[in-house]
Design a protein around this ligand. Structure first.
Ligand code: SF4
Length: 87
């Protein structure tokens, strides 16, 4: 007798194996998406540089975070990744 789940050409076993294999990959992708760069790696400083500061950067998240750099980020800070926020 043929399993009803195999009538479409894909067995239940195939689906379960695929799902089990995808879970760790999805977990890695999620972790990679959440990983941020260490402040020291991008020479973050709490003071502006050459008139550029975090609250004018495209990556700044008010009140004190950044989409790219880890930890507390001062609105008056600066790092090598600074990119002007679109007007
Ligand atoms: S200058 Fe650097 S730390 Fe500041 S918001 Fe931009 S990317 Fe983040």
């Amino acid at each position: 007798m043929k399993d009803r789940s195999e009538t479409g050409g894909i067995s239940r076993r195939t689906i379960l194996i695929a799902a089990a294999g995808a879970a760790p990959a999805l977990a890695l992708m999620t972790n990679a998406a959440e990983a941020k760069i260490a402040q020291a790696a991008v020479k973050y400083q709490a003071d502006p540089k050459d008139g550029k500061q975090c609250d004018a950067c495209n990556f700044f998240v008010a009140p004190n975070a950044c989409k790219q750099v880890d930890g507390d980020i001062a609105p008056t800070g600066w790092c090598l990744l600074w990119v002007k926020k679109p007007a």
